[in-house]
Design a binder for this molecule. Sequence first.
Ligand code: 5GP
Length: 188
Amino acid sequence: MLFGREDIRRRIEELGRTITGDYEGREPVLISVLKGGTVFLADLIREIPLPLRVDFMSISSYGRAAESMGRVRILKDLDEDIGGQHVIVVEDIVDTGLTLSYLLSVLESRGPASLEVCTLLDRSARRIAPLSLRYVGFDCPDVFVVGYGLDVGGRYRNLPDILAVEDQAAVTADPAALLPFLDPGAGR
Ligand code: 5GP
């Protein structure tokens, strides 16, 4: 286990307090990138007592294969115009940064009043696209992670803790490998 549910909860409380202070008097729009960022978004917004709104976007993912970097596409766009709005992009993990840097350039072109990033995990060791991340939950080591929204082959987004997966191929080959960790008491 890399980050347990209690550590995650406490860190999100802190992030929420910081964001609330920074955006006081404003009505930020929090944008989540489907699907991994949704669990984090759901917990984060409940720590921000401001009149905020949420919106969702889905972009094609190349996973860890950064060589296919030209292939990022918008699969689902935002419902609302973000022109003149204070936008915070909420991400599960920023790895190479290629996905996010593409997304930010698209959002920037729509004329928001401000545009910041809040990511739960920052794996800066693998960064290719230089990015400034205003809010970071945890620095993440260079190991594949799963849980709390992050999947392996579409599964295990519902793990309450974040696990480091040493043998990603083994978990992909055996979808039941992490089932014991879904037990509600597993990480306690
Ligand atoms: P980037 O474009 O920064 O390389 O990758 C960003 C996306 O790749 C993340 O939003 C996430 O969906 C996926 N990703 C990157 N690293 C991991 C990881 O360790 N575990 C999982 N489950 N997804 C990851």
